[in-house]
Design a protein around this ligand. Structure first.
Ligand code: NAD
Ligand code: DAU
Length: 357
């Protein structure tokens, strides 16, 4: 079958990646979508059951650090675009194990860039019609005070955690490949995402699951830290818009103009979860447990996404309360998915499935 375009989406078995893969497979039947994912603890093919049999979808289990493997795949499939989401993504893990974050996020991104460079520069048309789109985070900008300021695309990089430092390093390499070799790159920095299929080590799915099972809710510090939350499908739509219409070498911030203190989110989650489970209002407020703060915990993140809104017309579609209700419902309706990823059975299954290949 001849496809109009062939794209690699890295990290497509993860939380945001699976929403991006689903959107592209459904919206662009004339594109071939290759989901390249190592299937770490955070990668789960069950996130993509509804699209796995589509003729325009292919899954390849591969490490982004495997330079030869990626180069061969690009040649074999004649890849003309990369949307790069694969990463180690959890701040708490980066505090315990920074090496893995540098390896995947910095060296993995560099390896992917170098493979794309080798393949695209070998073609007669070189970089014409090609695109390398790198998905990054607002955490590279550091932390804001409680003073109403926002991160813009001009804000100086000042990462604090090993995770954000590794993402900052990867962003710099992507921009360097544009400035040095002329690769058509684009970078976006997004705020906190929430929604279905998020691994339950992150605040929102972890707390929904704990409320359901009446387990303690470990709030770091006093719960005063602020995050700017965006529904994951809105991020996926922004990625679609920017992949197709964003200007080469530009950076776009993506965010919801939706700042919440952690403790207020926790109370909202308790309210919505208790209501949907038919429990009396406030029944689970006593689950809130204040614990030792995260080391180097950034106080506040808030994104100014006016550039994306003005230049490309993207807007978030959901109000937070509506998105949270949808999200809580999804986790309550998909307890089997949660049990599967928390038990680790799914990892054993993949190990077995791929060990003989
Ligand atoms: P995730 O942890 O849910 O998924 C990461 C995916 O990458 C997994 O499928 C994993 O198997 C895969 N992966 C990890 N290492 C790999 C490697 N070496 N080779 C190939 N695949 C590998 O992450 P997420 O929350 O979906 O985040 C996706 C991207 O978006 C990341 O780059 C992250 O920095 C960025 N981001 C996330 C958020 C958020 O709120 N979650 C916000 C802004 C930006
Ligand atoms: O801002 C974008 C970033 O958002 C992404 O780049 C990261 O990949 C993603 O993990 C997320 O980072 P955070 O550290 O903000 O997300 P997390 O869900 O881990 O925590 C959200 C807030 O809740 C943060 O202030 C820490 C706090 N928290 C988190 C957990 C897991 C708690 O108080 N208790 C918890 O148990």
């Amino acid at each position: 079958m001849n496809f109009e375009r062939t794209l690699i989406i890295t990290g497509g078995a993860g939380f945001i990646g699976s929403h991006v893969v689903r959107l592209f497979v459904n919206k662009y039947p004339s594109y071939k979508i290759i989901n390249l994912d190592k299937l770490t603890y955070a990668g789960n093919l069950a996130n993509l059951r509804d699209v796995e049999d589509r003729p325009n979808y292919r899954f390849v289990r591969m490490d982004i650090c495997d330079f030869e493997g990626v180069l061969e795949l690009m040649r074999e499939e004649r890849v003309d675009g990369i949307i790069h989401l694969a990463a180690e993504s959890h701040v708490d893990r980066s505090i315990k194990d920074p090496f893995t974050f540098a390896q995947t996020n910095v060296m993995g991104t560099l390896s992917l860039l170098q493979a794309a460079k080798c393949y695209w520069e070998s073609l007669p048309e070189k970089y014409e019609g090609k695109r390398f789109y790198h998905i990054s985070t607002d955490e590279v900008y550091g932390a804001l005070e409680m003073d109403g300021t926002l991160f813009t695309e001009q804000t100086k990089y000042q990462p604090h955690s090993p995770y954000s430092a590794s993402k900052a390093g990867s962003d710099h390499f992507v921009r360097a490949f544009h400035d040095t070799y002329g690769m058509p790159t684009v970078v976006t920095n997004c705020s906190n995402n929430y929604g279905p299929y998020q691994f339950p080590e992150k605040l929102i799915p972890l707390f929904i699951n704990n409320i359901r099972h009446r387990k303690p809710l470990p709030v770091y510090g006093r719960g005063e830290n602020v995050r700017d939350w965006l529904y994951v499908e809105d991020h996926a739509r922004a990625i679609d818009t920017i992949f197709h219409r964003g200007q080469v070498a530009e950076t776009y911030n993506i965010g919801g103009f939706n700042e919440w203190k952690n403790i207020d989110i926790v109370k909202l989650l308790i309210k919505v979860t208790d209501r949907l489970l038919g429990r009396p209002e406030g029944a689970d407020l006593d689950l809130i447990t204040y614990v030792t703060d995260r080391a180097g915990h950034d106080l506040r993140y808030a994104i100014d996404s006016r550039k994306l809104q003005k230049e490309l017309g993207w807007e978030p579609s959901l109000q937070f309360e509506e998105g949270i209700e949808k999200t809580v419902r999804w986790y309550l309706d998909n307890q089997a998915w949660l049990d599967n990823v928390t038990s680790g059975d799914y990892q054993k299954y993949y190990e077995q499935m791929y060990s003989n290949r």
